[in-house]
Design a protein around this ligand. Structure first.
Ligand code: ATP
Ligand code: MG
Length: 548
């Protein structure tokens, strides 16, 4: 069942509007803006339409790699280039890292005027509104401080405190009321926060929401943020939606960009309905559909597309790639998690000039450097849980290939200049440094919005993908797990590896998992299977050792 098989409208008249714009500039300023051609450079017709349709509500619906984020960046530059003041633009992104990247890329297309736009997460926006309007000083409670506070109130274990914290967060994310069973602790928690003049993360949305509705501040902010742009709209929660809807008004200039197949945060209260209901919520909303994918090869797009078709709750849409068919998706069965790491190292080394990192450095010292068309930053290793990171990282340390494990690196660039408040808003995903010459290791959730030429998804096994280990089966959202895997698969541009181990040591248990049932949803025409045997393992280990 497809819940919302929405009709897609192609917006005509872009060319005519743009010509009018050029004429406008010609008569008013005597010149055609040279930047305009740069802003629209290389965009396809639908992307140009999305960039230049700037008044009224607009929904950009598109699959992975179709240039949604690129379109937003160009739209920001376009708005400024056509005379909109940077202060009148509000761009909301999912991570601080994505915000910084967006600002830098908009500046590169246009100029430093883009630095004056508010680009940030919902939490940063909330913090800005609070700072501008709350007379009293306040502190923001980090997750650990929040847990300690709840633990002290409950006089119970940290595990129970964590579950209560999740429930409190859900209530706040839904901007709802506490039900009876949690009401007492919720109220005690809120009054403890008040006593300490403290706010938790969720309050950064909830408090501004209350303030805007009550204090007549709305007009001020509506007047300031006349153009609103939101990336990853499929993942906003009801409280964030309410904040956005208030700021935009029902016919405001709001541009929401998203892909319902990439909604992966419902466990944190994100609500795909906001996405599916956009046209109902915003009067005279128009919709643009981007259908050309620039990132992934035909096989990667075909394999991931076949998988996601098994979900019912989605907007069905066609995507075709502008790229070649490419090599098949590789499905590799390995004996255990150690060989999983070593298999990845071997594949990376083959691509980095067919030689090891150490050999390359050695060759460089001798005046000869093996020519490599890949850099380490072109590779990513993605897994379902952080618990899998250790075994993979060990393999990288042994090989000498540099890697960055997202969430565990040195503070990201720019963190030093942040104020204590802002630094509290950093999330693990912000610790990705796209400039580092290193292979990126991260969870599927962290991978959202990123792209790499070669992607290895590890632990593609029953129990991990979909994640069912130690879970109550009723609580598992199979469609969300499929979307998460889809997000991982579609990070890949040239090559995708899906690796499953026949034995795995995880959470202190020896597991003998079957391959993920999701592998069975990918048609044979897109895949190539390889089995690494236990015997191979010893031989290959010896070969690895020989390299040093
Ligand atoms: P996701 O859904 O994963 O967030 P997305 O739709 O936001 O993906 P982008 O990250 O904006 O896609 O773009 C994917 C890649 O395609 C980027 O490398 C981008 O530079 C490239 N790209 C997008 N549009 C074009 C175009 N018109 N011409 C050439 N390359 C393009
Ligand atoms: Mg994107």
């Amino acid at each position: 069942m497809v819940l919302c098989n929405c009709k897609v409208y192609r917006i005509s008249g872009f060319i005519c509007d743009y010509n009018r714009l050029l004429r406008h500039y010609k008569t008013k300023k005597g010149v055609i803006p040279v930047t305009a051609s740069r802003i629209l450079h290389k965009l396809n017709h639908a992307q140009k339409t999305a960039v230049t349709t700037v008044s009224g509500p607009l929904l950009i619906v598109a699959g992975p790699g179709t240039g949604k984020t690129l379109t937003i960046i160009r739209r920001i530059a376009y708005l400024i280039d056509t005379g909109v003041s940077p202060e009148n633009i509000l761009a909301v992104t999912f991570t601080n890292r994505a915000a910084n990247e967006m600002r830098e890329r908009a500046e590169a297309v246009l100029d430093s005027r883009c630095s004056r736009i508010f680009i940030g997460t919902f939490h940063l926006l909330g913090l800005r509104i609070l700072r501008e309007n709350l007379s009293d000083d306040f502190t923001i409670l980090g997750r650990d401080e929040q847990l300690s506070l709840i633990k002290a109130l409950l006089e119970k274990s940290r595990g129970r405190a964590r579950r209560v914290a999740e429930r409190i967060s859900r209530i706040k994310n839904f901007a709802g009321r506490a039900e009876d069973e949690i009401k007492d602790i919720y109220e005690a928690y809120q009054s403890a926060l008040k006593k300490q003049s403290a706010l938790d993360f969720d309050d950064l949305i909830l408090r501004p929401l209350g303030m805007l509705a009550e204090n007549g501040l709305l007009e001020k902010y509506r007047d300031r943020f006349r153009y609103i742009i939101v990336d990853e709209y499929q993942d906003i929660n009801p409280a964030q939606y309410k904040l956005l809807a208030l700021l935009a008004g029902s016919a405001g200039n709001i541009c929401a960009v998203g892909d319902s197949d990439q909604a992966i945060y419902s466990f944190r209260g994100a609500d795909m309905d906001s996405f599916l209901n956009f046209e109902k919520d915003f009067r005279d909303a128009r919709k643009v559909f981007l259908s050309d994918s620039y990132r992934s090869t035909g096989t990667i797009l075909g394999a991931s597309g076949s998988l996601i078709k098994n979900n019912n709750r989605r907007i069905d849409r066609k995507i075709s790639t502008v790229r070649e068919r490419g090599v098949p998706v590789r499905i590799i069965s390995v004996p255990d998690e150690r060989m999983e790491g070593e298999t990845i190292i071997r594949e990376i080394e083959q691509r980095i000039g067919g030689t090891s990192h150490y050999q390359m450095r050695h060759a460089a010292r001798g005046g000869e450097f093996a020519e490599a068309s890949y850099s380490f930053a072109d590779f990513a290793v993605i897994f379902r849980t952080n618990a899998q990171a250790g075994a993979i990282e060990d393999a990288f340390i042994k090989s000498g290939i540099p890697c960055q494990v997202i969430g565990r690196s040195a503070p990201p660039a720019g963190a030093a200049e942040m104020t204590g408040d802002e630094a509290a808003l950093m999330t693990p995903a912000d610790f990705f440094d796209p400039r580092a010459d290193a292979v990126t290791l991260m969870t599927l959730h962290m991978a959202k919005g990123l792209e790499f030429r070669v992607v290895f998804i590890t632990g593609v096994e029953e129990g991990l993908i979909p994640y069912t280990l130690n879970q109550d089966m009723d609580s598992i959202d199979m469609e969300e797990e499929r979307r998460l895997f889809y997000v991982g698969m579609t990070r890949a541009g040239d090559e995708l590896f899906l690796i499953h181990a026949r034995k795995r040591f995880l959470y202190g248990q020896r597991l003998t998992p079957a391959p993920s049932p999701f592998i069975g949803e990918i048609p044979g025409e897109f895949i190539h299977r390889t089995v690494v045997s236990g015997r191979d393992k010893r031989r290959k280990q010896n070969k690895q050792m020989g390299l040093f």
